[in-house]
Design a protein around this ligand. Structure first.
Ligand code: C2E
Ligand code: CA
Ligand code: CA
Length: 749
C-alpha cells in the first residue's frame, strides 16, 4: 500500500522543469512535506478507494495515525461531516478535476469539526492510473473567523435595525418582540424573552414577560413563575443590580420544563436601576462568545434607551399634570377629567371643593415641613371616603377637589361630603404630635352633558366661600341664590373700582370711651360707601370684596389719610384737651403690601399727625402670618411710633404666643363675647380670661360692641376700662363727631 515518495514525485514531476525536481532528494522532499501545515496525500479515485500515501500531519489535524488512515479505505469518507458528504462525494464520483480547491468540514476523531481545504489534482502514475494528489489544509480558524465576522455584521445590522424601528416610533411591545426575534435568529437559539422586573423587594425579584418568542408562549407564564420561584436569593439579587457593562452577567435559572439548558441575558437599564432583562435560551448546552453577549447587550441597550426616553417623557407629562407634593392630579388634570366626564354625558357630575380650616396654624406653629406632611396625609384619607373611580385633585395650598361622576342626586354628594368630614376627623399624627383637621366643603352639581368644568369649579368655590362664611367645618351646596350672590359680588366689585374716584367713600367715626369717666379717648375710623343706587353700604359688605380685588390698597391709603387729617383738625379745634387719638383698621392683605410702613410714614408727615396719636388695628390672622416679610412690616410700623392693636380678639386663634411675638399695645375683645357678658356664663368667663391675660401682659383692653349698661357694669367689675359701642355712639360722619366732642360731659348715644 505504501508507496515511496519518489514514485509520487515522479508522477507530478511532468509539469516541472527537470532540473528543479532533480535538485530535491527524496529525503529532502519528505522533510519538506512533513513540515507543511497540511496533510499531503495520494489516493485512488473513489469514495472508499484505498489511499496510498498520507503525511504525518493527519494525526495532528484529524487525530488518526498515518498507518491507521491508510489501513482503512473508508476512513476519509467517514470523517467527512455528514452535512457536507453529499457535495463532496458528488465531486468524487464525477472524477473531474475541480477548478478550485474545495472546502468542506471533517470530523476530528474527538468529534470536533475541522474545516479543510482540499486542493488535489488527478494525475496518472507511471502505469497510467489516475490518482488524486492532494493537500488538505486545516482552515478551521479562518472559517470560524469568517463566520464570526459574518455573525458580527449580522448582529450590527440587527442592532441598527432595532434602533431604526425605535426611531420610527414602533411601540414598545413591537420593539421588544423584534428584539427577541433578532436575538434568537442571530444567536441561533431556540427562544428568547424580555422580562420586566415588576417589583424588587428585599432581594426577591418578580418578573413579568414583556415579549416571548413563539415557542415560549405556551409555557411563558409558567416559566416566568418558575423564574421567580426557582431563582436563588443570590440570583435574584444579582439580576437587578448589575450595571450595563462590566461585572458578571445576570444569570437566569433555566426552564427545565421547556428543556432549555443554556440561558444568557442582558440587563435592560431603566431610569432608576434595571428595568428588566433580555434573554436567549438554547436547548443544547453551548458556549456564547463575548461578542454574542455584547450583541445581546446592544439589543438590550436599544430597548433601554427607548424605555428611558419614554419614561422621561412620561415623567414630564406626569409633572405637568400632577401636584409635586401629593402626587395628586393638579388643576389642569382635574379640569381635563371634568371635561371627559362631561363628554361621556350620563348622570350628574358633582364637584366638591375642600379647604382645610386654619391650615395656616399648622404651618406657622409647626413649620412648613409639618404642613407639607399633613397635606400628603390628606389624600389617603380622602380616598377612604370615595369610590375608586372618583378623582381627587389638589388645586394648590390647602385646597383639594373631589370629582364624582354618575351621581344619582344631591344626597350622594352630601353623603360623600359627610364621609370626608368623618375621615378627616381622626387625628393626624405628625412627628408624634396629634393634629386635628376640619374642612370646609363647597359642592356644585350639574347634569353630565351640561357641566362646564370652569363653571362647576367656580360654583363649588362660591359654595365653599359660603361654608367658610358660616363658620367653617361644614359643607354647603351651591344653589341659584349663590349664583345671584356671586353676580352681585362681581357687580359690587365693578362699582367699587369707581367709588374712590367718584368720591363715594366716606369715613365714619366711632368714639372709644374711658369707662372711668365716660370721656372720649380716641376715635375709630370706619369706612362707608355711599352707593348711588344701594344707599349706604356697610364695610362688612364691601371690605371683603376690596380685599379680594386688591382695591383695599388705594382705599386703605385714602382712609388713613382722611382719618389722620381729620384727627389733626379735631386736635387743632381743642388745643387744650389731651390730643385725640385715631384708630385705623388694616386688613391682612394690606400688611403684605410692599411699602406699607413707607405709606404710613408719608401720610403722617403729610398730615403732620403725631405718630403717637395713630393706632393701627390688625387682626390675629396678620400675626399668624409669621413670614419674615410680615414681621418686618409690623416692626417697621412700630418703629414709626404708632400703636398696634389686635382687633376682634377671641374670634381667631387667640394664642398668647402671638401676643408675645410682637409688642402689641392693646387688644379689642370681639363683640360676640361682649354680647353675652353678664348673661352668658361662657362669654363672661372668656372675657374675664382675656382681661386677666391682658393685665398680665400689660396690654390695654377695649370692649367692642357695648350696647347696654349691664355690659358696662360687668366690664367695670372685671377691670376693663375702655369701651366702644352703640351705647356711647354709632359710627358717625365727621361733622356729627365734632358735635359729640364739643358736648361737655360723658359720651353717650
Ligand atoms: P371692626 O373694626 O370690628 O369695627 C367695628 C364694627 O362694629 C363696625 O362695623 C361698627 O359699626 C360695629 N359696631 C360698633 N359698635 C357696635 C355695637 O354696639 N353693636 C353692633 N352690633 N355693632 C357695633 P362696620 O362699620 O360695619 O365695620 C365692619 C368691619 O369692617 C370693621 O370691623 C373692620 O374690620 C372693617 N373696616 C371698617 N373700615 C375699615 C377700613 O377703613 N379698612 C379696613 N381694612 N377695614 C375696615
Ligand atoms: Ca376695628
Ligand atoms: Ca372689631
Amino acid at each position: 500500500m505504501a508507496r515511496s515518495f519518489s514514485q509520487l514525485s515522479r508522477g507530478s514531476g511532468q509539469s516541472r522543469p527537470a532540473a528543479a525536481s532533480a535538485a530535491l532528494s527524496e529525503l529532502q522532499a519528505r522533510a519538506l512535506v512533513e513540515r507543511l501545515p497540511a496533510i499531503v496525500y495520494v489516493s485512488e479515485a473513489g469514495i472508499d478507494a484505498p489511499w496510498h500515501y498520507v503525511s504525518a500531519q493527519v494525526e495532528a489535524i484529524l487525530g488518526y495515525a498515518p498507518e491507521e488512515w491508510l489501513a482503512d479505505s473508508c476512513l476519509w469518507a467517514r470523517c467527512i461531516h455528514p452535512e457536507d458528504r453529499e457535495r463532496v462525494f458528488a465531486r468524487e464520483l464525477e472524477l473531474e478535476e475541480p477548478g478550485a480547491p474545495e472546502e468542506y468540514r471533517m470530523l476530528h476523531r474527538d468529534g470536533r469539526t475541522v474545516w479543510v481545504r482540499d486542493h488535489a489534482a488527478l494525475l496518472a502514475d507511471e502505469l497510467g492510473r489516475l490518482r488524486w494528489h492532494g493537500v488538505l489544509s486545516d482552515i478551521t480558524e479562518r472559517k470560524l473567523a469568517e463566520a464570526e465576522l459574518q455573525r458580527r455584521a449580522a448582529q450590527q445590522a440587527a442592532v441598527a435595525f432595532l434602533g431604526r424601528r425605535a426611531l420610527e416610533g414602533a411601540n414598545l411591545n413591537e420593539l421588544m418582540e423584534e428584539a427577541v426575534r433578532e436575538a434568537t435568529r442571530i444567536l441561533d437559539v431556540e427562544s428568547g424573552a424580555v422580562l420586566q422586573v415588576v417589583s424588587d423587594v428585599e432581594g426577591s425579584v418578580v418578573l413579568r414577560a414583556g415579549a416571548m418568542s413563539r415557542g415560549l408562549h405556551a409555557g411563558a407564564s409558567a416559566w416566568a413563575r418558575r423564574v421567580n420561584a426557582s431563582a436563588t436569593a443570590a440570583e435574584r439579587s444579582e439580576l437587578p443590580t448589575r450595571k450595563r457593562s462590566g461585572g458578571p452577567r445576570a444569570r437566569l435559572p433555566v426552564a427545565p420544563q421547556l428543556e432549555m439548558h443554556e440561558v444568557i441575558s442582558s440587563v435592560i437599564e431603566g431610569q432608576v436601576g434595571p428595568w428588566g432583562v433580555l434573554c436567549a435560551q438554547a436547548k443544547a448546552s453551548r458556549s456564547h462568545s463575548p461578542a454574542d453577549l455584547d450583541f445581546l447587550q446592544a439589543l438590550a441597550n436599544v430597548l433601554a434607551d427607548e424605555i428611558q426616553r419614554r419614561s422621561a417623557e412620561e415623567d414630564i407629562r406626569y409633572q405637568a399634570l400632577h401636584d409635586s407634593l401629593t402626587g395628586l392630579p393638579n388643576r389642569t388634570l382635574v379640569l381635563d377629567h371634568l371635561e371627559h366626564a362631561r363628554s361621556r354625558g350620563g348622570r350628574q357630575i358633582a364637584v366638591l371643593l375642600l379647604d382645610l380650616d386654619h391650615f395656616k396654624l399648622v404651618n406657622d406653629g409647626f413649620g412648613h415641613a409639618a404642613g407639607d406632611a399633613l397635606l400628603v396625609e390628606i389624600a389617603p384619607r380622602l380616598s377612604e371616603a370615595l369610590r375608586p373611580q372618583d378623582t381627587i385633585g389638589r388645586l394648590g395650598g390647602d385646597e383639594f377637589v373631589v370629582l364624582l361622576t354618575e351621581v344619582a342626586d344631591e344626597r350622594v354628594a352630601v353623603e360623600v361630603a359627610e364621609r370626608i368630614v368623618a375621615a378627616l376627623r381622626r387625628p393626624f399624627l405628625l412627628e408624634g404630635i396629634e393634629h386635628f383637621v376640619t374642612v370646609s366643603i363647597g359642592i356644585a352639581m350639574a347634569a353630565g352633558d351640561r357641566a362646564s368644568p370652569e363653571a362647576l369649579i367656580r360654583d363649588a368655590d362660591a359654595a365653599l366661600y359660603r361654608a367658610k362664611d358660616r363658620g367653617r367645618s361644614r359643607y354647603e351646596i351651591f344653589d341659584r341664590a349663590m349664583r345671584v350672590q356671586t353676580l352681585e359680588r362681581l357687580s359690587l366689585e365693578n362699582d367699587l373700582r369707581r367709588a374712590l374716584d367718584r368720591g363715594q367713600l366716606r369715613v365714619h367715626y366711632q368714639p372709644l370711651v374711658s369707662l372711668r369717666d365716660d370721656s372720649i379717648e380716641s376715635i375709630e375710623a370706619l369706612v362707608h360707601w355711599e352707593h348711588p343706587q344701594r344707599g349706604l353700604v356697610e364695610p362688612a359688605k364691601f371690605i371683603p370684596v376690596a380685599e379680594e380685588s386688591g382695591l383695599i390698597g388705594p382705599i386703605g391709603e385714602w382712609v388713613l389719610y382722611e382719618a389722620c387729617r381729620q384727627a389733626c383738625e379735631w386736635q387743632d379745634a381743642s388745643p387744650d384737651a389731651p390730643p385725640l387719638g385715631v384708630s385705623v383698621n388694616l386688613s391682612a392683605r394690606q400688611i403684605t403690601q410692599r411699602d406699607l410702613p413707607g405709606m404710613v410714614a408719608r401720610t403722617l408727615r403729610d398730615t403732620a399727625l403725631d405718630p403717637r396719636c395713630l393706632c393701627l388695628e390688625i387682626t390675629e390672622s396678620v400675626l399668624l402670618d409669621d413670614s419674615d416679610a410680615a414681621n418686618k412690616t409690623l416692626r417697621a410700623l412700630l418703629s414709626l411710633g404708632v400703636g398696634l392693636v389686635l382687633d376682634d380678639f377671641g374670634t381667631g386663634y387667640s394664642s398668647l404666643a402671638y401676643l408675645t411675638r410682637l409688642p402689641i399695645d392693646g387688644l379689642k375683645i370681639d363683640r360676640s363675647f361682649i354680647e353675652g357678658l353678664g348673661s352668658s356664663a361662657r362669654s363672661t368667663a372668656i372675657v374675664t380670661a382675656i382681661v386677666r391675660m391682658a393685665e398680665a401682659l400689660s396690654i390695654e383692653v377695649t370692649a367692642e360692641g357695648v350696647e347696654t349698661t349691664r355690659q358696662i357694669e360687668e366690664l367695670r367689675r372685671l377691670g376693663c376700662l375702655r369701651a366702644q359701642g352703640f351705647h356711647f355712639a354709632r359710627p358717625l360722619p365727621a361733622e356729627e363727631i365734632a358735635e359729640v366732642l364739643r358736648r361737655p360731659g360723658p359720651c353717650s348715644a
